[in-house]
Design a protein around this ligand. Sequence first.
Ligand code: HPA
Length: 238
Amino acid sequence: MSTPHIEANKKDIAKIVLMPGDPLRAKLFAETYLKNYKQINSVRGMLGFTGTYKNKEITVMGHGMGLDSIGIYSYELYTEYNVETIIRFGSCGSYNEDINIFDIIIADKAYTKSNYGEGFGFYKDTIGATPSLIKIANKVVKDYKTEKKVFNTTVNSSMWFYKTDNIDVPKEFVKKGIDVVEMEAFALYSIAKSLNKNALTLLTVSDHLVKNEFTSSEERRTGFKDMFNILLKITEEL
Ligand code: HPA
């Protein structure tokens, strides 16, 4: 059995799926952390792998960029592959002077200006992650030693990486308690909620939109390690 975008057999995808935006990051994650992994998808280059971490079966698969892309993959995983939990992990831009490059974000809520949620019966502009997953993430962070700061906050799931009008104003977002920008969490959360499934997003700040600071791809390779470790510890608790 397969879907329009995933060629895997039903039994080849785990109940827990970890999703970075970049399929090559999914490959590297599987190579680095999973045992006995095998590739389960290559349709449209959206690589996915299933293996084990501490004897627990885990799938790691790319979700692409934007609400629409993660919406397609997460919907198919939840509905056709009986996936119970999806944790997106990725990068974000900070709007807040006090949240800096390489700080870690637990996206307990996602806001959007898009009407994406309407496709899933959700008409508000803000939606929460699964409360039990937020709780597990905070428990893991409490016991995890890192010099990095960890914040629980609302993320802006923006439709625009590029825009010619200055409509996403950092100061306005910070006033509303929305501290960072990414492009996917809102879609994942609205789909999970409508299907009664679990979802969370874990992010590392890769660029600062007020201080105009950016990380190189090499810095990101090493600077994201704490997020990966936290993510793996979360999976141990599931
Ligand atoms: N905008 C949207 N998504 C992002 C950004 C950004 O500046 N940085 C990392 N993910």
